[in-house]
Write a protein that binds this ligand. Structure first.
Ligand code: URQ
Ligand code: ZN
Ligand code: ZN
Length: 480
C-alpha cells in the first residue's frame, strides 16, 4: 500500500517548502520534487494546499465513566471525528477508580481502544496513593510505554488529590523520568463555593462558572508548580484557561523550572456568558472545567501560545449529550463536566489563530502536533514530515471553509460548541498510517487498525533525570 502526495507545500514547525511526499508501509519514504509514483500507488493531488503533520490531540476522554455516566464517544467514533478534522492521533486518559489497580485500569482502556481507527496513546491518572500505586507506576513506564501521569486537584470526593499525594506521585515521576500532568483547580475552594451557591438557590449551570472563578485555577496552578519544583519534577498543566494560571507558568519557566502548558481550542474562543444562557440545554452543554472565561483571559491564553509559555493545544474531548447533562438539572454540582471538539480543534486554531495573524503556519503546526510529540516523547515518529516518520498527514486547505454543526459533525454528540461558526482552514484529506481515511467529504476509516503508541520515559532517551539528592546536594551538619 503506497501513496504519493503530489504538489503542495510542506509545512513543519520549522520549515515551509514545495515538495511531493511519498508514503509506503505506513511511513514517509521520500520527500522531493517530481517524485514518481510506483505502479499501484494512490495519488493525492495536494495542489495549492499545505502538507502538514496530522494533528495530535493530547487530551481526550473516550468512553470514560465519569459523574454517573459514560462519555458519548468511544474509541471508534471519537478518533473518526478527529480524523475528519485532520487529527491523526489522540492521547487519552486512563482514569482508575480510587483503590483500583493502575494496571487493571490500563488494561480496560487498552481493550476499549482495540476498535480505534487511528493511533493512540495513554496518560494514566493517579487517583489514590499506596505502595502498590508506586510500584505500578514503575511497571507502566518500564513495560507499558506510559511516560505521563495525570493528577486532578479538583473533583473533591471523587478523584481529587491532596498535596501529600501530589508530592509522593511527583517524586515518583521524577525518579522514573515521567511527566507529571495536572488539572489545576482548587477543589476545596470549588466545593465551598458550590455549597454556598446552592444554599443561595443558584442551582443552574450558572452556578458552575460562579463556583470556579479564575482565582481557583490560579491558586492551584501556583501551588502545584511549587510542589513539582520541590522535587524537581517536570510538570505539564492541562487546559490553562486564565491569566492567573498563565502568569504562574510564565514565572516558573522564567525561573528555569520545567513547566509546560496546554490551551484548549474552546477556551480561546468561547465566552463565559455561555454559562448564563437562558436555554437550559444550551447552558448545560457548556459545563466544563475550567469554565469559559472573559475576553481578557482568552486574549491572555492566545498570548501564551504566541509567546511559547503554552506549547500545545488540545480539545479535552469529553462528550456528553443532553440527557446526560440533565443529570444535573436541579443541581449543577451533579452535571457531568465536559464538552466535545476534537474534530474542530485544528480549524479553530487556523481560523482564529493563523487567519487573524496571531500564529504563523509554522506556529500552527507546532501547537497542533509537533510540540505535543516532543513533550510526550514520540517525536519525530509523530508530529513531523520527515523521511522515516509515520505517514500521518493532513492535506490542509488554508482557504476552504466549512460551517460547523452538530448535524454534520462526526462525533456522537448532539451539540457542538462552535455551532454555526464558519471556519476557514480544513483538512481536505487526512492520511493515517499512509492511507487516505478522509477525503474532505467522507470517512473511509477501518475499525481496529489504530495502534497503541508506546512513549518511552525521558530518562531512557536522555540521561537527564537526576535524583533529588544529585540536584539539591542535601547535606547533614555534623555537630559536636
Ligand atoms: O477535567 C477533565 O479534564 C475531564 C475529566 C472532564 N472534562 C472537563 O470538564 N474538562
Ligand atoms: Zn480536567
Ligand atoms: Zn480532561
Amino acid at each position: 500500500m503506497s501513496l504519493l502526495i503530489k504538489g503542495g507545500t510542506v509545512v513543519t514547525a520549522e520549515e515551509t517548502y514545495r515538495a511531493d511526499v511519498y508514503c509506503a508501509e505506513g511511513t514517509i519514504q521520500a520527500i522531493g520534487k517530481n517524485l514518481k509514483a510506483p505502479g499501484g500507488a494512490e495519488v493525492v493531488d495536494a495542489g495549492e494546499a499545505l502538507v502538514i503533520p496530522g494533528g495530535i490531540d493530547p487530551h481526550t476522554h473516550m468512553e470514560l465513566p465519569f459523574m454517573g455516566t459514560v462519555t458519548a464517544d468511544d474509541f471508534m467514533t471519537g478518533p473518526s471525528a478527529a480524523l475528519a478534522g485532520g487529527t491523526t492521533m489522540i492521547i487519552d486518559f486512563v482514569i482508575p477508580s480510587p483503590e483500583q489497580s493502575l494496571l487493571e485500569a490500563y488494561d480496560t482502556w487498552m481493550s476499549n481502544a482495540e476498535k480505534a481507527p487511528a493511533d493512540y496513546s495513554f496518560h494514566v491518572a493517579i487517583t489514590w496513593w499506596s505502595d502498590q500505586v508506586k510500584e505500578e507506576m514503575g511497571v507502566l513506564t518500564r513495560e507499558r510505554g506510559v511516560n505521563s501521569f495525570k493528577h486532578f486537584m479538583a473533583y473533591k470526593g471523587a478523584i481529587m488529590l491532596d498535596d501529600e499525594v501530589l508530592l509522593n506521585s511527583f517524586d515518583r515521576c521524577q525518579e522514573l523520568g515521567a511527566m507529571a500532568t495536572v488539572h489545576a483547580e482548587n477543589g476545596e475552594l470549588i466545593y465551598h463555593l458550590q455549597n454556598k451557591l446552592m444554599a443561595m438557590g443558584i442551582t443552574g449551570p450558572e452556578g458552575h462558572v460562579q463556583s470556579r472563578p479564575p482565582a481557583v485555577e490560579g491558586e492551584a496552578t501556583q501551588r502545584v508548580i511549587a510542589v513539582a519544583g520541590a522535587v524537581n519534577a517536570p510538570l505539564y498543566v492541562v487546559h490553562c484557561s486564565c491569566k492567573e494560571a498563565l502568569s504562574a507558568i510564565a514565572t516558573a519557566r522564567a525561573n528555569g523550572q520545567a513547566v509546560y502548558g496546554e490551551a484548549l481550542a474552546q477556551h480561546l474562543v468561547i465566552d463565559e456568558s455561555t454559562h448564563y444562557l437562558e436555554d437550559f440545554t444550551q447552558a448545560a452543554a457548556h459545563v466544563m472545567s475550567p469554565p469559559f472565561r472573559s475576553k481578557e483571559h482568552r486574549d491572555a491564553i492566545w498570548g501564551g501560545l504566541q509567546s511559547g509559555t503554552l506549547q500545545t493545544t488540545a480539545s479535552d474531548h469529553c462528550a456528553f449529550c443532553a440527557p446526560q447533562k440533565a443529570i444535573g438539572k436541579d443541581d449543577f454540582r451533579l452535571m457531568p463536566n465536559g464538552c466535545g471538539g476534537t474534530e474542530d480543534r485544528m480549524s479553530v486554531l487556523w481560523d482564529q489563530g493563523v487567519k487573524t495573524g496571531k500564529l504563523t503556519p509554522n506556529d500552527f503546526v507546532r501547537v497542533t502536533s509537533t510540540a505535543t510529540a516532543k513533550i510526550f516523547n514520540i517525536h519525530p515518529r509523530k508530529g513531523e514530515i520527515r523521511v522515516g516518520a509515520d505517514a500521518d498527514i493532513a492535506i490542509w486547505d488554508p482557504n476552504a471553509s466549512r460551517t460547523v454543526s452538530a448535524k454534520t459533525h462526526h462525533s456522537n454528540m448532539d451539540f457542538n460548541l462552535y455551532e454555526g461558526m464558519t471556519l476557514t482552514g480544513i483538512s481536505r484529506a487526512t492520511i493515517s498510517q499512509g492511507k487516505q481515511v478522509w477525503d474532505g467529504n467522507e470517512l473511509r476509516v477501518e475499525k481496529g487498525v489504530g495502534r497503541y503508541i508506546p512513549r518511552p520515559t525521558y530518562s531512557s532517551v536522555f540521561d537527564r533525570v537526576k535524583t533529588y539528592a544529585e540536584l539539591n546536594a542535601p547535606h547533614k551538619v555534623e555537630r559536636a
